[in-house]
Design a protein around this ligand. Structure first.
Ligand SMILES: [Zn+2]
Length: 268
């Protein structure tokens, strides 16, 4: 019984990382909020830091070239999707077996090839819709700002008495650590799910793909227990989706919406 409970807890995924993963609220409250009151950054300044951070991520990860079948597939799928809420979008694929995707406040969307390996086009678009939902709803911006102010960047800003144009490698590293410890609230995840659902509908796709993408991720995160998933995939999925207690609820919400809208669940 204990093992089952542990399995259930370990298996519940946080669906999709952002620029960030899981947030340490205590740290934020102890340092970040005070700093946020003491320092003010303009939107442009925050976006400049997001840009520098994404540039570093792209330099550190294996970005697939335009000639890659993964990139061609993504370009086909996202043709015509150029902006969200006035924020220009740019898409890249990282070649890694991890099952992950994230978006940043500057409109950068990064998809891992491991996610593309396991998702249909519609499911992948659902994930993209969810991620750009976090951008459109300003979740990513809020989270990035909080991470700025809980990392060493805060000290740099304080000692400079304001904005510092260029972040050093170590400041970007510290920022990355703060972001790696961040996550969105359940409410924000639900809002992004709804955004992804509406995004699929607007694209003329069957929005059941939202629930089905989540079901797939949940199965993957349980893979190590059932033995029906390659170990690398299952552990990667379990790692990303490690702490949200409401996956089943999210699947249900998305299924209920699709049912209420009269869509038929695709048979696979
Ligand atoms: Zn999310």
């Amino acid at each position: 019984m204990k093992k089952l409970l542990f399995t259930l807890l370990a298996a519940v995924p946080v669906l999709f990382a952002s620029c960030t993963n899981q947030f340490n609220a205590t740290y934020l409250l102890s340092g970040g909020m005070k700093a946020a009151q003491a320092l003010s950054l303009s939107d442009e300044q925050i976006q400049s830091y997001v840009g520098q951070y994404v540039q570093q991520l792209d330099a550190q990860n294996p970005v697939l070239p335009e000639t890659s079948p993964y990139v061609k597939r993504l370009r086909n799928m996202t043709r015509g999707i150029t902006q969200v809420d006035g924020i220009p979008l740019n898409f890249k694929v990282y070649k890694t077996d991890d099952v992950n995707a994230f978006a940043c406040a500057d409109g950068s969307v990064r998809i891992y090839s491991g996610l593309m390996d396991v998702m249909t086009d519609d499911e992948l678009l659902g994930v993209v819709g969810h991620e750009i939902g976090h951008v459109a709803l300003k979740h990513t911006k809020k989270q990035f700002k909080q991470a700025l102010l809980t990392s060493a960047v805060r000290d740099a800003l304080v000692s400079a008495g304001g904005y510092v144009a260029t972040l050093s490698a170590s400041e970007l590293g510290s920022l990355g650590e703060a972001l790696a410890g961040a996550s969105f609230s359940r409410k924000q995840e639900n809002q992004a799910d709804d955004f992804g659902y509406d995004f699929l509908k607007a694209a003329g796709r069957n929005p059941w793909a939202m629930a089905m993408a989540f079901e797939k991720l949940e199965r993957l995160s349980r893979g190590s227990d059932t033995g029906d998933t390659p170990a690398a995939q299952s552990s990667a999925a379990a790692g990303i989706f490690s702490s949200h207690p409401d996956t089943a609820t999210r699947i249900q919400r998305m299924s209920d919406r699709a049912t209420a809208d009269g869509y038929k669940k695709p048979v696979k």
